[in-house]
Design a binder for this molecule. Structure first.
Ligand SMILES: Cc1cc2nc3c(=O)[nH]c(=O)nc-3n(C[C@H](O)[C@H](O)[C@H](O)COP(=O)(O)O)c2cc1C
Length: 547
């Protein structure tokens, strides 16, 4: 297929819209053999039509103006698909694009023709055969939504291409495609545009992708706050604002009120190299930005401006930079842990369409994993045979209990280990081994395996506790956070060592002389470790962050 892209943005290659168009074309090119030609209208000399009708009167369809338009007309005739890419200007198309379209008059004959699609009151016969051509119109606009802004554009293309004979992709908040710090969201959107291109080449864009394209990039209020801040001019006073101030205001605009957890916070950011400090007060009702240190902060970040900027555009990861002490954090560290909840995108808030979000699996359940071990440790020593059958039975129904949830490798290992220890207990019992001894081998052997599982997981990419708690820290992304991973490695190691030691201690105490001491030790030690865990998981990241 021969594809012609007509870029009608005065910004040329820097156009927001052309980013969408390029994504669409790359999707198209995933299907079949294509040749793509792009015409940058801003680089060409295309004068306005003089209205002399010389192209009609002369009979040959030749324009008398000497400029670059003949080359464009040739490409229009060459192409099988024409993609019009332009920004919305005053609810219509920009001048360069309009000039080019006006100068397409030589492509039609002067004679009147009836329209079969009922658009308008007539048309002109085509000079060439355009019947097989495909048309796509792609445009971004500056308001929060494209809805209601493209009536004139659609009306015009209905006349030019035929009623609804063109595919259209219109996107609001177009300027966001030029902001690197928002690239996570804009790239996600461009991904859907690419999907749309691929689907279009395959026969048509699906409703699922159309729904994705109809979603706002950001909620209206967030976008409008960011857009207003972006001009670097104070709305009330008209004074210029520094880039740190603009950046802080834009970041504050991303505050997601739903993340408020019952505690008002004051985030203080000191741009150390610029000597500027700003505060963002985060409450149930929204946010306020202050200059200086008027309020008492709950969390303070000291950072060079460049570091914070690099983090915002994804050049370095925030957690990685923190681990390297490129910036420091003082005060309440929970804000940093929940950063994505506070300043990330609320995915439900941008849904303008009625489509329900795709069903997601629920978080894994650590209690279910520990529960399997508990049954082994409690039931088997009480009655080896019945206890082992109960423990094996619990493992057998575990897939039902965990239905609809993520299942971790540690759930699977636990299920396998508890089943094996239960079978071992039954085997020892039936082969004549002392029943109490058989029970202890299974239960205390379970302590050992449990401990080894924790211990060895400390050397894995995803330590055991991380597999269950990462959901509170951004999910899979938490594993890129060195502080999160180190915290969980240390905790996994500590729990592992505890249980590897507890296994022989429990066995010796229980089978010799002190079953009561054994019960006390085996319960008190994990409780103390639990208390340590609660303290350590807060203390350690804050300790590293404070530098
Ligand atoms: C002269 C002018 C007129 C504009 N008119 C509108 C408009 O009517 N509606 C709108 O939503 N955005 C309007 N915009 C904003 C642009 O459509 C928006 O910034 C677009 O994303 C620019 O795309 P580009 O980078 O591809 O040129 C206008 C911008 C300019 C410069």
């Amino acid at each position: 297929m021969k594809i012609l892209v007509l870029n009608g943005s005065p910004r040329g290659e820097k156009s927001n819209t052309i980013k969408l168009t390029n994504a669409f074309v790359s999707g198209l090119c995933e299907v079949g053999e294509n040749t793509v030609e792009t015409v940058e209208l801003n680089k060409l000399d295309i004068k306005g039509c003089r209205g002399c009708f010389a192209c009609w009167k002369g009979g040959e369809g030749k324009c008398v103006i000497k400029d670059d338009m003949p080359g464009v007309l040739e490409k229009i005739l060459w192409a099988d698909m024409i993609i019009y890419s332009f920004p919305l200007y005053y609810f219509g198309i920009p001048g360069q694009m309009k000039n080019m379209i006006d100068r397409c008059l030589p492509n039609v004959l002067p004679f009147m023709a009836e329209r079969e699609d009922g658009v308008g009151s007539g048309s002109h016969m085509a000079r060439y055969d355009f019947s097989g051509k495909k048309y796509v119109v792609i445009s971004t606009c500056g308001f929060y939504s494209a809805k209601g802004n493209y009536d004139a554009v659609c009306g015009m293309f209905d006349h030019i291409c035929g009623k609804d004979r063109f595919e259209r992709i219109f996107c609001g908040q177009g300027e966001l495609f030029s902001i690197p710090s928002l690239s996570e969201r804009t790239n996600e959107y461009l991904g859907y545009i690419r999907d749309a291109g691929r689907e279009y080449a395959g026969g048509g864009i699906s409703d699922a992708i159309r729904d994705k394209l109809a979603e706002l990039l950001y909620p209206k209020e967030v976008f409008e706050e960011m857009a207003d801040a972006s001009w670097g001019i104070n709305k009330e006073t008209g004074e210029k604002e520094s880039e740190c101030h603009v950046f802080t205001r834009q970041m504050a605009a991303l505050y997601n009120r739903k993340s408020w957890d019952g505690k008002d916070r004051v985030l203080e950011i000191c741009y150390t190299d610029k000597g500027e400090t700003y505060q963002i007060k985060l409450t149930k009702d929204g946010y306020e930005v202050f200059t200086g240190t008027e309020l008492t902060y709950t969390t303070r970040i000291d950072t060079p401006w460049e570091v914070w900027k690099d983090i915002s555009v994804g050049k370095v990861s925030g957690s990685g930079a923190l681990a390297k002490h490129l910036y420091t954090v003082k005060g309440d560290f929970s804000l940093m842990i929940k950063w994505d909840e506070f300043f990330g995108r609320d995915k439900n808030a941008v849904r303008e369409s009625s489509a329900a979000p795709a069903a997601q699996k629920k978080k894994p359940l650590m209690a279910a994993m520990i529960g399997m071990w508990m049954v082994l440790w409690i039931a088997v020593p009480i009655d080896t045979l019945v206890g082992a059958l109960i423990a094996a039975g619990v493992c057998a129904v575990m897939p039902l209990i965990l239905h609809g949830r993520e299942i971790t490798i540690y759930d699977k290992l636990t299920c396998a280990a508890v089943t094996i220890m239960s079978v071992l207990a039954v085997f020892l019992h039936t082969s004549g081994t002392d029943t109490v001894f058989a029970g202890r081998i299974a239960a205390d052997g379970g302590y050992l395996i449990f401990g080894l599982m924790w211990l060895l997981s400390a050397f894995a990419k995803e330590p055991l506790c991380a597999a269950y708690v990462k959901y509170g820290y951004g999910g899979g992304k938490a594993l890129d956070n060195p502080i999160f991973v180190t915290t969980n490695k240390i905790l996994s190691l500590a729990w592992g060592i505890l249980y590897v030691i507890l296994a022989p201690v429990a066995f010796l105490l229980q089978s010799s002389f002190a079953p009561v001491v054994s019960i006390i030790v085996c319960n008190a030690a994990p409780m103390l470790m639990g208390a340590f865990t609660v303290w350590f998981e807060k203390w350690y990241p804050a300790h590293v962050a404070a530098g």
